[in-house]
Design a binder for this molecule. Structure first.
Ligand code: UDP
Length: 553
């Protein structure tokens, strides 16, 4: 039904002739397979071979033209997970002449984004690996607008959250299994292959233990733009409470204690909070706040997001459902609970998210430190943390251990055993943490939303020197304010000056409030100094250095 392609929109014979004459054309970005996205004209797919096909003609373009390096290890990553050997993309080559002997191609007229979903059964993976990367890949290429076609090649079924993928475009996404419905050979008029990794913040531990990516390139701003777009498409109305949103006036003390509420995101099948009712009671009594409980088994996803988007505090066991904290309002608190023997510092996808600059969330973790409060499941299947399939010695060691040592993904039995425990939450320590959270939240709110505008270079930097005695000299440096400063209200403007004696490999750094300074300490006569000056806004917004000054005393 919705998989039908509007063949009317392209002239079949024109398309076929273009393919026969010009063949496939490919131009890519990225020097490495891990940062590559390719744009194709007339990339084809053979459902018989289950391979993409590049038709070579005298007019084909293949950039980069890697020769057989295209297989070392692949042309590109088809999922956003870096260099995963089950997620590689490549194509087969055929001369256009072979078309004569092949079934008539079906042409896909829509601009198409071809990718692999990494793990469409798991909400964290869905958002982090698929939705955010696809959303921003589509922003990167204007052909990929709201009517782009998405094609998921990982080979899985729709999965439980296919509706979320439907939000990316008005066209029904296609799965690999759907492609054979289009005949033996289908050709994408215009397609992009691969996903931007720019928004991902976490690596799952395939080559080193899991943790934040080494070079995170996304800020809270982009995450929130994505979240707003998703919420808009779900028709979620943002209810403004006392939360401070950037650019809006704060409603101080206006009955806000009443409209603040805590959301407990509970899991109903595994990794349970065993005394949830008690936890709810304690929050109501000790913090005088309303508590709303949500779970994926009981509410629709949009209704959960609606509730979370107005929450002051989100409490949940470690787990994929915590990705929904990206829908929390600014200033909210995320409290992540960890079962016994699981170190919160070793599993930080949600901490990293909450701590992204500009995300403006406050993150706290709570850990069950009391072994008597944990319930283990040694008899379960291994993927749910069972350990009875292991050697007796290994079982004993795991049962004795008080903390899971760092490990690689994904089948470490000790990790699975511990992470699938149920927990009786210790009320006093939990409430203490929550009170702490409320205090920090109040303090944070006093601090106004700060700007993220960086200083420009300082202008007209110059130096003057004078020699006092054979041992003493002076070096005066002055500069003008950065050009953008005159349009800004900046709480604190400071300047950093680095002075390096030419040929030395160390320098002296100084922080100054004013636009000129005369240095005399450590300044020697008849010496050449290199001087760098830059501006700093509000302690941590660093500007670029102006061109280096060469100053001879
Ligand atoms: N899940 C759920 N309720 C549960 C357990 C899991 O809704 O009681 C969801 C969870 O949010 C995730 C998926 O099922 O989307 C897989 O959960 P799993 O425990 O395997 O992964 P984790 O949450 O540890 O990432």
């Amino acid at each position: 039904r919705s998989q039908e392609l509007s063949q009317a929109r392209i002239d079949y014979h024109v398309a076929l002739q273009a393919l026969q004459e010009q063949g496939t054309r490919m131009v890519c970005t990225g020097k490495m397979h891990t940062d590559r996205i390719c744009r194709f004209d007339y990339l084809c797919y053979s459902s018989e071979a289950e391979e993409f096909v590049f038709f070579q003609s005298n007019f084909s373009v293949m950039l980069p033209n890697l020769g057989s390096r295209r297989f070392q290890p692949a042309l590109l990553d088809l999922s956003s997970v870096e260099d995963h050997n089950t997620q590689y993309f490549n194509f087969l080559e055929l001369p256009v002449a072979a078309l004569k002997f092949m079934p008539k191609p079906v042409f896909v007229p829509d601009a198409t984004l071809i990718l692999n979903r990494f793990n469409p059964d798991n909400l964290m993976h869905i958002f982090h690996d698929d939705l955010l990367p696809a959303f921003y890949t589509m922003k990167q290429y204007s052909d990929l607008d709201g009517e782009a076609r998405l094609v998921f090649m990982e080979g899985w079924g729709e999965g439980p959250y296919f509706d979320l993928y439907r939000l990316l475009s008005s066209k029904q996404p296609l799965l690999k299994e759907h492609l054979k419905n289009f005949g033996k050979l289908m050709c994408f008029t215009k397609s992009y292959v691969g996903l931007s990794k720019m928004t991902t913040w976490y690596q799952y531990g395939f080559v080193q233990p899991q943790g934040p990516k080494a070079n995170v390139l996304v800020s809270g701003n982009e995450i929130r733009q994505f979240a707003s777009s998703v919420m808009k498409k779900m028709n979620i109305t943002i209810v403004k409470t006392g939360e401070s949103d950037r650019g809006t006036v704060e409603h101080e003390n206006k009955g806000e204690a009443n409209d603040q509420y805590v959301v407990i995101f509970s899991r109903s099948t595994t990794r349970l909070i065993l005394n949830e009712a008690e936890v709810v009671m304690a929050i109501v009594q000790e913090l005088q706040m309303r508590v709303v409980t949500v779970s994926l088994e009981e509410q629709s996803f949009p209704s959960i997001i609606q509730v979370i988007s107005g929450a002051s505090i989100l409490v949940s066991m470690h787990g994929a459902q915590l990705i929904t904290s990206l829908f929390l309002p600014r200033g909210a608190v995320v409290v992540e609970l960890f079962p016994f023997a699981v170190n919160p510092e070793h599993y930080t996808p949600y901490k990293t998210l909450a701590s992204l600059p500009g995300m403006d969330l406050h993150y706290m973790s709570w850990r069950n430190t009391k072994e008597e409060n944990t319930v283990t499941y040694p008899d379960r299947p291994w993927e749910q943390g069972g350990i009875i399939h292991l050697e007796k010695e290994d079982q004993k060691r795991i049962l004795k251990s008080k903390e899971v040592p760092r490990h690689l993904c994904c089948r470490n039995p000790e990790w699975l055993f511990r992470i699938y425990q149920d927990t009786l939450v210790d009320i006093p320590s939990f409430i203490e943490l929550l009170k702490e959270a409320m205090k920090t939240k109040l303090n944070l709110r006093k601090g106004k939303a700060t700007s993220t505008v960086h200083p420009g270079r300082v202008r007209e930097a110059q130096c003057q020197t004078s020699v006092q005695t054979t041992k003493e000299a002076k070096l005066s440096v002055s500069w003008q304010i950065p050009w953008n400063l005159k349009y800004l209200k900046v709480r604190e403007v400071k300047y950093e000056v680095w002075i390096q004696e030419q040929g030395e490999n160390t320098y002296m750094p100084y922080i100054l409030p004013q636009q000129n300074y005369t240095f005399s300490e450590n300044i020697k006569p008849f010496t050449t100094y290199l001087v760098w000056v830059r501006c700093i806004f509000n302690k941590n917004l660093l500007g670029p250095f102006a061109d280096v000054l060469t100053c001879r005393t």
